[in-house]
Ligand binder design. Structure first.
Ligand SMILES: [Zn+2]
Ligand SMILES: [Zn+2]
Length: 355
C-alpha cells in the first residue's frame, strides 16, 4: 500500500472516470494548454476486452491518465481489443499508436480521414507551406500575413508526431465487429470529411426515452459549435461544401433521436434533436449575417475580418486567423451553392457578392 506521504506530490495523475452504465465508462484525458481541457475517451466492454472510442492527445501526462483510467475501469491498456476513431484530429487520434503498441489493438477510422492521416505522414512541410501561401493569397490575405509562409518552416517537424495509420476502415452504416455489442457507424462529414458518430443501438441502461446512445465525437457537443472550415487538401482540387455536409449530417443525427449523447468534450446530454435545432438555427443566422455583409463585394479574407468572432480581429492570433478564413470560405461555398451569393466575374483575388 502507498499513501500520499510516501509519494511525491503529483506522481499519480488525477483521473476522472465516470461509469455511464451498460458497460460504458468515460475517462477524461487532458489536452495540455488547451481551453477544451480534455477529451472524453469512452471505454466499452466487449466479449474480447475493452474497445475505446478515441484515445486522446499524444502527451506523456495524457497517456498516464488514460492508463490509470483504464485501471480504474478494472482493466488495463494492454487489454484493449480495438480503437474506434471518430475523426483524425490529434485530441482524438493522438494516442492511438501508443495504445496499439501496448495492446496489439486494431485502430479503425473512416477512409476520408485515413487519407488525411496518410497525407500528413507523407507531405513534406515545405509543400504544405507553399499550398497555404497560395490559398491565402487567393483568399485575398494581405502580403504581411502570407509573407511568413513563403520562407517555409523555420525548423523541421520534430519526430514522433506522425499519427497512426489505421488498420481497419469504418464503412458508413456498418455494424462494427464488436463481440457482444451493437455499435453502428454513422458517417457525419463536416467537421472533417471522414468524421463518424457511433450509435450504440442497445437500450439505454436507465431506459431513457429515445434510441440508444450516440458517441458523437466533435459533431454534436452540448455547448460548443464545432469548427467547420475547408477540407484542406493540396492534392485535391474538388470544390467541396463542408458546411453543407455538416448541416446534412446534423439533420440525420437529429432524426436518429438517441436517448443520450456521449460527446468527446464537455459532458453527456439528452435531447439531441433540440441541440441539433439550436445548431441549425445558429448557422442559418450566421449565413444571413454574412449575406448582409456581402451587399458589397468582399474577398474571403475581407469577409473573415468583418465576421463576428469571440474577440476582435486585431486580437486573433496568426494561426487562428487562418482557421477563421477557412471558416469564412466554407460559409461562402454554402451561400454560392444555395444560389444566395456569387463570385464577381473577373475579380482578382476573387470577391463574392450577395445575389
Ligand atoms: Zn475535431
Ligand atoms: Zn475534439
Amino acid at each position: 500500500m502507498t499513501d500520499s506521504l510516501s509519494e511525491p506530490a503529483g506522481a499519480r495523475p488525477e483521473v476522472a472516470v465516470r461509469d455511464l452504465g451498460g458497460g460504458v465508462r468515460s475517462v477524461a484525458v487532458p489536452i495540455p494548454d488547451n481551453p477544451l481541457g480534455y477529451t472524453l475517451v469512452y471505454v466499452m466492454d466487449t466479449d474480447r476486452g475493452p474497445v475505446l472510442v478515441d484515445t486522446g492527445w499524444d502527451d506523456p501526462g495524457s497517456w498516464d491518465v488514460l492508463a490509470a483510467g483504464l485501471e480504474a475501469c478494472g482493466t488495463g491498456v494492454g487489454e484493449v481489443h480495438g480503437v474506434v476513431i471518430t475523426h483524425h484530429h490529434p485530441d482524438h487520434h493522438g494516442l492511438s499508436e501508443r495504445v496499439r503498441e501496448a495492446s496489439g489493438a486494431w485502430v479503425a477510422m473512416h477512409a476520408a480521414d485515413a487519407a488525411i492521416v496518410r497525407r500528413a505522414r507523407e507531405t513534406r512541410p515545405e509543400r504544405w507551406f507553399t499550398y497555404m501561401a497560395a490559398k491565402l493569397t487567393a483568399a485575398g490575405a494581405p502580403d504581411e500575413h502570407v509573407a511568413p509562409l513563403r520562407g517555409g518552416p523555420r525548423r523541421s517537424t520534430p519526430p514522433g508526431l506522425a499519427p497512426a495509420l489505421p488498420d481497419r476502415e469504418i464503412l458508413p452504416g456498418e455494424l462494427l465487429d464488436l463481440p457482444g455489442r451493437r455499435l453502428r457507424a454513422l458517417w457525419t462529414p463536416g467537421h472533417t470529411p471522414g468524421h463518424v458518430c457511433l450509435h450504440l443501438e442497445e437500450e439505454h441502461p436507465a431506459r431513457l426515452p429515445g434510441r440508444g446512445r450516440l458517441f458523437s465525437g466533435d459533431h454534436l457537443l452540448p455547448e460548443i459549435t464545432p469548427h467547420i472550415g475547408l477540407y484542406e487538401d493540396p492534392d485535391d482540387a474538388t470544390v467541396t461544401d463542408p458546411l453543407g455536409d455538416y448541416l446534412d449530417s446534423l439533420e440525420r443525427v437529429g432524426r436518429l433521436a438517441p436517448a443520450e449523447v456521449l460527446p468527446a468534450h464537455q459532458h453527456t446530454f439528452t435531447d439531441a434533436p433540440g441541440r441539433v435545432r439550436e445548431l441549425l438555427a445558429h448557422h442559418e443566422e450566421r449565413l444571413s449575417g454574412l449575406l448582409s455583409l456581402l451587399q458589397q463585394p468582399l474577398t474571403p479574407w475581407q469577409l473573415a475580418v468583418r465576421m463576428e468572432w469571440n474577440r476582435p480581429w486585431e486580437q486573433i492570433p496568426y494561426g487562428s486567423r487562418n482557421i477563421a478564413v477557412s471558416e469564412a470560405e466554407a460559409h461562402l461555398r454554402r451561400l454560392v451553392k444555395l444560389g444566395r451569393a456569387e463570385a464577381v466575374a473577373g475579380s482578382e483575388p476573387v470577391t463574392y457578392v450577395a445575389v
